[in-house]
Design a protein around this ligand. Structure first.
Ligand SMILES: Cc1cc2nc3c(=O)[nH]c(=O)nc-3n(C[C@H](O)[C@H](O)[C@H](O)COP(=O)(O)OP(=O)(O)OC[C@H]3O[C@@H](n4cnc5c(N)ncnc54)[C@H](O)[C@@H]3O)c2cc1C
Length: 295
């Protein structure tokens, strides 16, 4: 079926749409190229339910049995980015890296942290993505959302309950875009492009960027680091099937080439069980596990 000019495909492998490169098929799949298509798809109920929204797929574990209903990929279109008075408006399909560079070129500061996060603005808003002392919502003034009935609204930051890698009160809302209020760069500040390059260098040195991963698998518990707990438990390098805890950063799980989603999920549960027994800490999963297990 075609909605405006966007095609709804059937039975599409999700492997190439997530950074772990695993997972089964989407029963239906659409790459929405505009707000108009998104609204028509939702409002006219032109798709099979349930709906799963994805951005660049860098924080999801899609199970091997795949996803029923319809996957809406919002990272292929909806990439408008522009200055709007003293804020920057970015649509959900803009990459975090593009926003960081756009803001830096427009003489803003504090945006460098976004440069190395390999997700979309929609995903960064949903996850409150962050690193190096900053989080996405630190700089959001308002967002444009659409609900599953196709109704569009503008909401303020205060309408959401935001915490570490978590946004409550989202219900079935999809982020269409957001207004970012990064501070202006002053004469005394370090050039933000220089900061971007410094932070990207730190990432290359500390993270296994040559392997398919989803970044940090677990949230950091209070006063400690998930990577340290996993390393101290002796799980660094531990392998199940084609998946292993990274030698470079133990909170990353690498797909060594032929991992199934189930291999990764088993490693996740192994780490949780081990850390609970050793440290009496419940590791919270940061990545979103979605879809069905294979039969
Ligand atoms: C190498 C690597 C490094 C990483 N480093 C970091 C880091 O430093 N800090 C950090 O926080 N994360 C990091 N991540 C994780 C990931 O990049 C972020 O969580 C990112 O914000 C996810 O964006 P995405 O577009 O890939 O979202 P997806 O993985 O596609 O989706 C994640 C969640 O967001 C929801 N979502 C996506 N788009 C929308 C939308 N428009 N509206 C509503 N919900 C939506 C999805 O339904 C899903 O629940 C890293 C990942 C990798 C692979």
């Amino acid at each position: 079926m075609i909605v405006n000019k966007d095609i709804i495909y059937q039975n599409i492998s999700m492997k190439k749409f997530n950074s772990w490169k695993v997972g089964g098929n989407a029963e239906n799949y659409i790459e929405v190229s505009s707000e108009l298509t998104l609204q028509e798809v939702l409002e006219q109920k032109k798709i099979k339910l349930p709906i799963t929204v994805i951005g660049l797929g860098s924080n999801v574990l899609i199970r091997d049995g795949g996803l029923k209903g319809t996957v809406i990929n919002l990272s292929r279109g909806m990439k408008d980015i522009k200055n709007d008075e003293n804020t920057i408006y970015a649509e959900c399909g803009v990459s975090c890296s593009s926003l960081a560079r756009y803001a830096a070129k427009n003489k803003k500061k504090s945006c460098a942290f976004l440069a190395g996060i390999p997700g979309s603005i929609g995903g960064a808003l949903a996850m409150n993505a962050g690193c190096y002392g900053n989080e996405t919502w630190d700089f959001v003034s308002k967002v444009k959302i659409i609900n599953f009935a196709g109704n569009i609204a503008i909401k303020k930051k205060d309408d959401f309950e935001i915490s570490y890698r978590n946004v409550k009160n989202l219900k079935n809302d999809i982020f269409i875009g957001a207004w970012f209020n990064f501070p202006d760069l002053s004469e005394q500040d370090e050039n933000e492009i220089t900061r971007i390059n410094k932070l990207l260098k730190i990432r290359r040195e500390t993270q296994p960027l040559n392997w398919p991963t989803a970044g940090s698998t677990f949230k950091n518990p209070e006063n400690t680091f998930a990577a340290k707990l996993i390393q101290d438990a002796g799980l660094k390098g531990f392998t199940i099937g084609g998946a292993r805890f990274s030698d470079k950063h133990a909170n990353f799980i690498e797909n060594m080439g032929n991992a199934s989603a189930d291999d990764i999920e088993q490693l996740i549960y192994l780490a949780q069980k081990t850390i609970r027994e050793l440290n009496d800490i419940d590791l919270q999963i940061e990545v979103k596990i979605i879809g069905d297990k294979s039969e």
